[in-house]
Write a protein that binds this ligand. Structure first.
Ligand code: GUN
Length: 286
């Protein structure tokens, strides 16, 4: 029997918790409402959907937002100017630059230009480095969402063998660091697999926990996992008929002990975690 890990339900609980904290610690004390800045460049349809969902989440929770939508042809120096404005604007508690960037922009230069105190994505090397060294920092929202969902369902991570598929800076790399840290959401033995891994099934078949963030629809098949494995699907792909994850749901369902659905698994968790980071930035800033 496979149990589905309900990200929608937990996201709702966390949304309510954030709203309650905003009321008690901010509104009741006549402080300014937290504010998330979003910079979006170009017309990538997935990015537009992600950003719209983040805005919807801000409205639901009661966090203010501002959106700067720049055209595809925006020069890198113009983007840097917008980032500088966000860095300096005292009303913006935290902000994100939606990725992927246009090809003519230097990803590293953009990340480095964000004030680490406002980096609610947790992608700046100062936050990423602190995360790797067990120091307090902003933690990337998807990784935080995965850990929070596992904790909610009382799934033990400590001592388990975790295999991650995909080494992106947004998901695979941070979650590999977090799950191997020496603390109560870590202590796992982690293998980070990627496009150059030979015989990926050798690893996935042994894994107690598998996190799939590879960006290929239906990549992880039932025959690649052991019975009772816990499977976390970070992918989201739309075709004409439906929404698919990186996991081949129908062959994994029934063999895994736990599985995240797509949609309704990691997606809503990622969105609320971004707003939790924004609240943290607001509380740190005041
Ligand atoms: N693109 C896909 N996921 C993310 C994310 O978590 N943050 C940003 N900034 N861009 C993304």
């Amino acid at each position: 029997m496979t149990k589905l890990l309900d990200g929608n339900l937990l996201a709702k609980e966390i949304r309510n918790e954030i709203s309650k904290i905003i009321k008690e610690k901010i509104l009741n004390k006549n402080k300014r409402i937290p504010h998330l800045g979003i910079i979006l460049i170009g017309n990538n349809s997935s990015s537009i959907t992600y950003v719209n969902n983040k805005i919807k989440e801000c409205k639901n929770i009661g966090i203010e937002y501002s959106l700067i939508h720049l055209s595809v042809n925006t020069l890198e120096k113009e983007l840097l100017k917008e980032i500088k404005k966000m860095n300096q604007n005292p009303y913006v508690d935290g902000f994100i630059v939606q990725f992927p960037l246009e090809k003519h922009m230097n990803h590293d230069k953009i990340i480095l230009s964000i004030n680490p105190k406002k980096d609610v994505d947790g992608f700046h090397p100062e936050n990423f480095g602190k995360m790797a060294l067990d120091m307090k920092s902003f933690v990337p929202a998807t990784a935080l969402g995965i850990l929070t969902l596992l904790k909610k369902y009382k799934i033990q991570i400590s001592g388990k063998y975790t295999v991650i598929i995909g080494r992106s800076r947004i998901v695979g790399r941070p979650i590999s660091i977090l799950m191997s840290r020496k603390n109560d959401t870590g202590n796992s033995t982690v293998t980070l697999t990627h496009s150059k891994t030979i015989n990926i099934e050798y690893y996935t078949k042994q894994a107690d926990i598998i996190i799939v963030a590879v960006g290929i629809p239906g990549f992880l098949k039932g025959k690649m996992i052991k019975t009772g494995a816990i499977v976390i699907d970070v992918g989201i792909h739309k075709n004409e008929k439906k929404i698919l994850g990186d996991v081949d749901f129908y062959s994994v369902y029934g063999k895994a002990s736990y599985l995240t659905p797509v949609p309704g698994g990691i997606g809503p968790m990622t969105r609320v975690m971004l707003l939790k980071n924004t609240l943290m930035a607001a509380l740190n800033n005041r």
